[in-house]
Design a protein around this ligand. Structure first.
Ligand code: UDP
Length: 421
């Protein structure tokens, strides 16, 4: 059953879709929500994205794009609350949501929730409003724990994720690998899981002349530029990228540009800086800070290679963004990287991801030896199918599957009632 104009309630409680990208809790998920909602809006669907009021700089309701609103509701205080502590404020949020829906006389066709915290909220809403519920986890607690680099994710998260795989009506995973993880670690029913990739804004991320990009950023044309873009989280593996740089010391003109983070006053930033001094590479590394996404394309174009050194990614948007700008990617075997990169052409997957192997792979692209000569346009061509419009089409198919499934269930229930008469 195709529906022309869906009313969609999206939940992204812990991370605002309009938050500052590259900071602690704001990254790929916010980009995903914004871009997907924009595409849904242009197709005539209406999307309300509910998030927690955190600081008072925003109006309660923001008209983000055509047919897309961001709605801020209170939970706990209206300031910073640690992500895990938010769990205990979800009931506050739920009450605020019920009040808001009632006041505004809102009606929805489905719930699309993001991350386990919003999934928990979504499960209450699903029961109370009697709506189908699709969950995207973005990352899975168990898989993060297996990676074993950050603080262990609490049992509460894992139990909640596991329960959600039973109670929601559909799960959307960004890769087949994440689908397998859901089945292996949570025994999620396979038929409930759809797979649709994440995307890239092909209008924003476009190749530009490397020399021109370097000039506009004040980088030297003779340098080899290795780029990292992302949050400063232990799971991202920036530590092993820094170590890899020590194995590239022969390249006198190497520059490692690190983009992202919450600023120089934060422990994460200071630890990384300390590490560069300890490794003796402080003159090789440039911490460029958080950069607005609109200003990222010249950085991707200026670089010889982007590195994704993560221990775990559910997808890895920066990889797509770099390729869309025509710059190859060296990545550990995480997220969608294996299915996106063509080894030795558009990038290189590093299977034994120690710093030395990372360095070897990076070397291929800074020396140009060992990689097939591939133009920026050809690299870009390899990701054209990942435009957000295609992603939205795949997600809408998932919504359709969800509605069909619900109809079957309703029919099954009805026939069970009839046969019990
Ligand atoms: N990003 C940004 N500015 C920064 C750092 C990151 O706009 O300073 C954006 C980047 O363009 C990408 C997203 O944040 O779209 C990070 O997504 P990814 O999937 O790579 O990582 P996640 O945050 O989901 O772990």
């Amino acid at each position: 059953m195709k529906r022309d104009q869906l009313q969609i309630a999206m939940f992204s409680i812990h991370s605002s879709p309009i938050g500052e990208l590259g900071t602690k809790n704001t990254g790929g998920m916010s980009v995903y929500i914004r871009e997907l909602a924009r595409q849904l809006g242009t197709r005539g669907h209406c999307v309300d994205i509910y998030t927690r009021l955190n600081g008072s700089k925003h109006n309660q309701i923001i008209d983000l794009y055509d047919n897309v609103r961001v709605i801020h509701l209170s939970a706990g205080n209206n300031g910073y609350v640690h992500k895990l502590a938010l769990y205990y404020y979800l009931s506050d949020f739920f009450r605020a949501l019920e009040r808001f829906k009632h006041q505004e006389n809102l009606h929805y066709d489905l719930i699309h929730s993001h991350y386990w915290l919003s999934g928990r909220l979504g499960s209450w809403v699903q029961d109370r409003w009697n709506l189908p519920h699709l969950v995207m986890f973005h990352t899975l607690g168990t898989v993060k724990n297996i990676a074993g680099v950050a603080d262990q994710e609490p049992d509460l998260r894992i139990a909640t994720e596991k329960k959600l795989t039973r109670t929601c009506q559909r799960i959307l995973a960004p890769t087949e690998r994440e689908k397998d993880n859901l089945i292996t670690y949570y025994k999620a029913p396979s038929e409930k899981i759809g797979v649709a990739p994440c995307g890239v804004n092909l209008d924003l991320f476009q190749p530009m002349d490397r020399a021109a990009a370097r000039q506009c950023l004040g980088f030297d044309d003779n340098e080899s530029i290795v780029l990292y873009v992302g949050r400063f989280d232990p799971i991202k593996g920036i530590d092993r990228l820094l170590e890899a740089a020590t194995h590239l010391q022969d390249h006198r003109r190497l520059r490692l540009v690190i983009i992202g983070g919450d600023g120089p006053d934060t422990p994460e930033y200071q630890n990384l800086q300390k590490m560069t001094r300890k490794l003796g590479i402080q003159n090789t590394v440039t911490f460029a800070g958080r950069i607005e996404q609109n200003h990222l394309p010249p950085y991707y174009s200026a670089a010889d290679v982007l590195v994704v050194p993560s221990y775990y990614e559910s997808f890895g948007l920066v990889g797509l963004e770099s390729l869309a700008c025509g710059t190859p990617v060296v990545a550990t075997e995480v997220g969608a990287m294996r299915s996106i990169l063509r080894d030795g052409e558009t990038g290189q997957i590093v299977t034994h991801a120690n710093p030395r192997s990372l360095a070897k792979a990076i070397e291929i692209f800074i020396t140009g030896s060992g990689a097939k000569k591939v133009s920026a346009d050809m690299i870009r061509a390899s990701v054209l199918k990942f435009g957000w419009s295609n992603v939205a089409a795949a997600v809408i198919d998932e919504y359709d599957t969800l509605f069909r499934q619900m109809n079957y269930e309703a029919l099954d229930n009805a026939s069970a009632k009839v046969s019990s008469l």
